[in-house]
Design a protein around this ligand. Structure first.
Ligand code: UTP
Length: 298
């Protein structure tokens, strides 16, 4: 049995080049998805899994992120004066959500490098990593399953999605073996963004991890890989190859709804899906969407 997991790390220091120019002066994690920035969904997910201690790894445009999770006294006073308690509640939601800490990455040298910056804050405990541009639908819980598998197996756990073979070159991809649980596989090898036609499977790693602290020891020795970046996948591959001291790496296969908001097409899909189900907007949005899409066919 492992330790209780209490900390979430959210890397949000990437350059977001796929979304330029929107991300020229603002992190992509701050792009609005219906009425909240993407990263607020991610913090909400961590909190609903019981992780109130959140460390964000930030980059050069960190101000918007910090301000979003901080008080805005002027705005609060104005809303209070107007008696707009509903909007005041919405404004305070992100402030009161979690105990948020920040560390700068410095140069964006890759996801592995960003995770390594969490070492001082995390210490020698297992911890969760949630990518700030990857939204998992709140109706399809994933992190709680991953955390319970981490405790049960005392291993490192990643989230896997079965993707179309034409998409594997965009992800870290795992070679897997079955376990007694149909939703959990043992990972024997990993490769970052395999060239088309060379992928070992269609199990792609998506942006949720529950890592054992040995990842820091491995990351310290991990050289830059694909794209000249320090890749988390490369460190995980070493963990998978040394189960005697790392506990090995397992994948929880996710079959729910997930939106990669760092990709423009997926971002649009996320907005349409989440707006359709939105408590205030859905009833007005769905009939409009139906009319709009039938006009596309004609
Ligand atoms: P991505 O590869 O999606 O981010 O990293 P990117 O490099 O910003 O995106 P593009 O390809 O240029 O559009 C996945 C996650 O890791 C973070 C990103 O912020 C994102 O949440 N990341 C990536 C860092 O924090 N630091 C890095 O050096 C790289």
């Amino acid at each position: 049995m492992g330790f209780q997991i209490t900390k979430a790390v959210i890397p949000a220091a990437g350059l977001g080049t796929r979304f330029l120019p929107a991300t020229k002066a603002m992190p992509k994690e701050m792009l609005p998805v219906v009425d909240r920035p993407a990263i607020q969904y991610v913090v909400e997910e961590a909190v609903s899994a019981g992780l109130h201690d959140v460390l964000m790894i930030t980059g050069r445009n960190k101000n918007a992120l910090e301000n979003h999770f901080d008080r805005n006294a002027e705005l609060e006073a104005t809303l209070l004066k107007k008696g707009d308690s509903e909007r005041l509640r919405k404004v305070n939601e992100s402030t009161d959500l979690a105990d948020v800490h920040y560390v700068r990455q410095g140069d964006p040298k890759g996801l592995g490098h960003a995770v390594l910056r969490a070492q001082m804050h995390v210490g020698r405990e297992p911890f969760a990593v949630l990518l700030g541009d990857d939204i998992i639908d709140a109706r399809d819980p994933l992190l709680t399953k991953m955390m319970s598998e981490q405790i049960k197996r005392n291993a490192t756990i990643v989230a896997l999605l079965e993707v179309d073979p034409s998409q594997t070159h965009l992800y870290g991809v795992a070679t897997v073996e079955e376990t007694e649980d149909e939703d959990v596989v043992r990972i024997t090898d990993l490769v970052e963004k395999p060239a088309p036609g060379t992928s070992p499977s269609n199990y792609a790693i998506i942006g949720r991890y529950v890592l054992r602290p040995e990842i820091f020891d491995v990351l310290e020795k991990t050289e830059p890989g694909k794209g000249g970046e320090i890749q988390l996948t490369d460190a995980l591959q070493k963990m998978a190859g040394a189960p005697e001291w790392t506990g090995g790496v397992y994948g929880v296969v996710f079959r729910g709804r997930r939106y990669d908001t760092g990709d423009r097409l997926d971002y649009l899909k996320a907005i349409v899906q989440l707006a359709s189900d939105h408590s205030d907007l859905g009833d007005d949005f769905r009939p409009w969407l139906k009319e709009f899409s039938s006009a596309l066919d004609s």
